[in-house]
Structure formats: structure tokens, C-alpha cells
Write a protein that binds this ligand. Structure first.
Ligand code: DX5
Ligand code: ZN
Length: 229
């Protein structure tokens, strides 16, 4: 199961949206061999977001290649009927959008009942107040730092004050704080200072297209993490 020790430093979760889809198994092997912490898998419904992506059958096919953690981010509305299929496909973490389910408290309970860690994602325009009353049912908070749907967009630095407020709300709870969208080494120091401990990175990890590039790309993210002001 995922390591949720909040004391552990940066976790890198490459988004396989930027991988070579014809070689997903090998791509996952490569990023894990080069030291990623989690594997981030995006489920998109063509309705909540204007794109279609990775369904439960593909998750089940890639599960045997994942030795770390399958971090599943669902951009699906309504989402409840898809929780069990993704859990059965081997998700370790299932994150749902606060905007995508009318009964967030119930969706989170279902995820935990299925034996998975429960995450909540917030779109850029959504206030942190959306999670105020469900904090004790959450293992992960994912702040979208682009509008969801596509890799390769630009980081929205206006999300940093929200991230700071969420870090304060978390307090001592064992909740990880993840950002997703437009992550580059350049934004990592500010994200760390705001309280982030987990970064999703698609383009920034997979650019170059070879295991050597993936290693260098993840090294650049970790080096940026260690830059102190
Ligand atoms: C966007 C997805 C992201 C995306 C990140 O909606 O949730 O996981 O793949 O890609 P980059 O890092 O390229 O912005
Ligand atoms: Zn994602």
C-alpha cells in the first residue's frame, strides 16, 4: 500500500498521459526503474473534461507492471458507479473531483470501503472550503494547477495561496498534498514552500522519450526540491 508517512520528502508521480500508449508496460517499468514513487493514471469521461482517457480495463492491463502505487485520478461525473471498476482494476489511491460528485462524503466512504486510499481533487476555480467537512475521510488532496483534461499546459501560480491554506487545514493529519498540471523543476521550490509534498508530472518526466531522459528529468525535479531560499 502507499507510503503515507507525511515526513517522507517529495513523491514524484509521473502521469502516463504523456507516455507512449503503444508501450505502456515498458514505459511504467522505465519510470519505476528510474526512481518514481507513484504512477499517476488519469481517467477522463469526455463530459466532465473535454477528453477521453484511461479506463478500468487499461488499468487492469498495466497493474502487473506497477510495483509502486497506482494513483488513479478520476475526471468523471457522476463518478460513483466507476469507483468499484477502478478499485477492482488495482487502484491503490482513487481521487475524485469535489465538483464531480453530488455526495462527496459518500463517494469517499465508498472508496475506503473498497480498500483504497481516498483522494479529493479541486479544480482551479474551486475553493478549499469544499473539503472542510470531509478532511477526516481523505488520504490525499490533489490541487489542479491547470484546468483538467490535457497534459502540457502551463502551471497556474494563482493556486499557490490555496495550497498554503490547504496545508494549514491539514494540520497533523496524515494527508498528502499533491499538485497536478504544468509541473516543472522551475515551480517546485514555490510548491514546496506552499506545502506540497507530491507532484504529478507528465511532460516534465516523459520529455525526451528514453529511460535516460526520464532519469534526468526526475533528477531535475528532486534537485529543484532541494533548493532552499
Ligand atoms: C490533466 C491531468 C494531468 C496531466 C499532467 O488533466 O490530470 O495528470 O497528464 O500533465 P502535465 O504534467 O504535462 O501538465
Ligand atoms: Zn491527473
Amino acid at each position: 500500500m502507499p507510503d503515507f508517512d507525511p515526513a517522507r520528502p517529495l513523491k514524484i508521480a509521473p502521469s502516463i498521459m504523456s507516455a507512449d500508449f503503444a508501450r505502456l508496460g515498458q514505459e511504467i517499468r522505465a519510470i519505476e526503474d528510474q526512481g518514481c514513487d507513484w504512477v499517476h493514471v488519469d481517467g477522463m469521461d469526455g463530459h466532465f473534461v473535454p477528453n477521453l482517457a484511461i479506463g478500468p480495463n487499461v488499468c487492469a492491463a498495466i497493474r502487473p507492471y506497477i510495483r509502486t502505487v497506482m494513483d488513479v485520478h478520476l475526471m468523471i461525473s457522476p463518478v460513483d458507479e466507476y469507483l468499484e471498476p477502478y478499485a477492482r482494476a488495482g487502484a491503490d489511491i482513487i481521487t475524485v473531483h469535489a465538483e464531480a460528485t453530488p455526495h462527496l462524503d459518500r463517494s469517499l466512504a465508498v472508496i475506503r470501503d473498497l480498500g483504497c486510499k481516498a483522494g479529493v481533487a479541486l479544480n482551479p476555480a474551486t475553493s478549499e472550503s469544499a473539503i472542510e467537512y470531509v478532511l477526516d475521510k481523505i488520504d490525499l488532496i490533489l490541487v489542479m494547477t491547470v484546468n483538467p483534461g490535457f497534459g502540457g499546459q502551463t502551471f497556474l501560480s494563482g493556486q499557490l495561496p490555496k495550497i498554503r491554506r490547504i496545508r494549514a487545514m491539514i494540520g497533523q493529519r496524515p494527508i498528502r498534498l499533491e499538485i497536478d498540471g504544468g509541473v516543472t523543476p522551475g515551480i517546485v521550490p514555490a510548491a514546496r514552500a506552499a506545502g506540497v509534498d507530491t507532484v504529478v508530472a507528465g511532460t516534465a518526466v516523459f520529455k525526451g522519450g528514453t529511460p535516460e531522459h526520464y532519469a534526468a528529468n526526475m533528477r531535475a525535479l528532486r534537485e529543484a526540491w532541494d533548493i532552499r531560499d
